[in-house]
Design a binder for this molecule. Sequence first.
Ligand code: OSB
Ligand code: MG
Length: 369
Amino acid sequence: LKVVAARLHRVRMPLVHEFQTSSHRKAFLDHILVELEDASGATGRGEIASSSDPYYAPETVESCWHIAEHYLLPAVLGRPWNHPEDLQAVWSKVRGNYFAKAGVDMAAWVLWATVNGVSLADGLGGTRSEVVAGVSLGIEATIDDLLTQVAAQVAAGYPRVKLKIAPGWDVEPVRAVRTAYPDLDLHVDANGIYTADDLKLLRELDAYRLTMIEQPFAPRDLLTHAELQRTIETPVCLDESIETVDDLETALALEALQVLNIKVSRMGGLTPAREAHDRARAEGIPVWCGGMHEFGIGRLANVALSSLAGFTLPSDVSASEKYYARDVVEPAVVAVDGVVQVPTATGLGHLVDCGLIEANTVAELSLRP
Ligand code: OSB
Ligand code: MG
């Protein structure tokens, strides 16, 4: 394969429901769609799902655009490759910048799967034909507002609900939701806001039969994650802490996690995400696929990844309609009773709605070798 043209579209879409975490609040998203074209005219699309601001991870939409335009795409354009895994070596000199890498990696995987006539899931070695989806609910103005959100998602059939927590919005909302839904698969995500001073408070959460506590402490603070895990029954899950497979090895050595959230974007693409899955699986650590409110393209990559055998917990791959009134793929991603079908068609598996992409594009760029 040889990429002879690359295109970037910065696409803006409003969220159906505003979303707030301990680190940021958002009403619309700008994601960058990456399109790679080979000499035969075949194309593959990927999605750079960075937040606009550097509050979840260090990257921004602008930094991703810059890295893709000046480093990643020039390295890929005109260079022959056989498998998307080969691209890891092509940009091995670029440190970090995982979201930017992920969008290009994803486009390469989709292009490769398309040219080889396989579905993305089959290309990755997936074994499931459907994946169980959970929903992630933001911080709301009141407990009643939160209960309304939970009720809507439970009624829609989702079997797992994750609540964003932050100081002042932790034990109380958890108690309220647990009381209303005694058997719900429930977990919390702090996006790294707590410190070792909050260990006592976090241990209180152990009483609510949560499936996990996700990223309570800062990304680099693996020691405090390990300390919490030693003193509670509830599994500690890492998200922001794990950007590379080396990070995972360190966290495993420190016993800082019992569950792993794998995000394609946070780890720099499907290739490293699959490697993290393989390592966690070998260590008996259950994994699930986290999301970044992806548009349909990134969402379908998440669905394909979630078809790997080690993804035994529900993933944040909710239906398109949970996020967007209209999605960039045709048909939209749907969930029935919280279950999403893994596409079997070649490549991404759904068509891309080019008209919607054009209509929502706020910047674009074409590159050739
Ligand atoms: O921590 O998982 C997170 C969204 C933006 C940034 C960070 C996170 C999230 C989510 C949403 O939880 C997951 C989804 O796409 O549904
Ligand atoms: Mg998280």
